[in-house]
Design a protein around this ligand. Structure first.
Ligand SMILES: C[S@@+](CC[C@H](N)C(=O)[O-])C[C@H]1O[C@@H](n2cnc3c(N)ncnc32)[C@H](O)[C@@H]1O
Length: 248
């Protein structure tokens, strides 16, 4: 079976594939929900930070960020971006950032946070059995009344047909064919073959879980959260976003 390669070996390609994503909109969503819930604290836990696009924006907005990801490949790009930005004239952020490698469902944390985020399908990477421990762990990571924001990626539960994606990285063109293949355990195997300009095609595979919104909702109830949902982080985004207040 192929392994996950995009996150481990090709984080720059991840950024190219995701280059159309509106990261600023997501930040505005989180900041708006903190204001609505009258949460002024700046301690922010970001789980599944990837290549750090949200991280550096939260940093600029004055948050003290602990940014966690399961893959060192993604973290190394995130660190480089932040260092570049810190060195630039426009890059000064008011907050602090600590990058850490760790893996859901159980995070090794030594403090509590005012807000925890897991943006863009991060929770869909955990297995069905790991959902409740994940949500409980995030509840433990939050101070009383802290805010949890995460989303449910709209994955096709029955799989889909291969899709083609052609784009550009700094090194040139890539072509990717990808599809979700249903597994017997109800999860999906996300499989892809990517050709890059350096000539070496690579195969990648990653299990994902197509959770029902109700399953995520129930896990939040079980962990004692008060819950609201939103249709996406903003216009054009059709995923369900959960905004949940930790038990106080
Ligand atoms: C779809 S990406 C989203 C990254 C980032 N939040 C963004 O919006 O660009 C999912 C991220 O979750 C990370 N991830 C996957 N499984 C994880 C786990 N069990 N614990 C922590 N991070 C995980 C991946 O390495 C990847 O960076």
């Amino acid at each position: 079976m192929a392994e996950e390669r995009l996150y481990t070996d090709h984080p720059a390609l991840y950024d190219a594939i995701q280059s159309g994503w509106d990261y600023d909109r997501d930040i505005e969503f989180v900041v708006d929900r903190l204001t609505r819930h009258d949460i002024g604290g700046r301690r922010l836990l970001e789980v599944g930070c990837g290549t750090g696009e949200h991280t550096r924006r939260f940093h600029k907005r004055g948050f003290d960020v602990t940014a966690i990801d399961a893959y060192e490949g993604m973290l190394s790009v995130a660190r480089e971006k932040l260092e570049r930005e810190e060195g630039s004239e426009t890059g000064s952020g008011a907050g602090s950032v600590e990058f850490r490698r760790d893996t859901l469902p159980r995070l090794d944390l030594d403090r509590q946070y005012d807000v925890a985020v897991a943006i863009r399908g991060v929770i869909n990477h955990v297995s069905p059995d790991a959902l409740l421990p994940t949500i409980r762990g995030l509840a433990d990571a939050l101070a009383d009344g802290g805010l949890l924001v995460f989303d449910n990626s709209p994955l096709p539960p029955d799989g889909n047909r291969p899709g083609l994606d052609v784009g550009e990285t700094a090194d040139g063109r890539y072509v990717r064919v990808a599809r979700h293949v249903p597994r017997e355990d109800g999860r999906l195997d996300w499989r892809s073959v990517t050709f890059t300009t350096d000539g070496e095609p690579f195969v990648s595979s990653r299990p994902m879980t197509p959770f029902a919104d109700a399953t995520m909702y129930d896990a939040l109830v079980d962990a004692g959260f008060d819950i609201e949902t939103a249709d996406g982080y903003g216009p054009g985004d059709d995923r369900t976003v959960f905004v949940a207040v930790a038990p106080g």
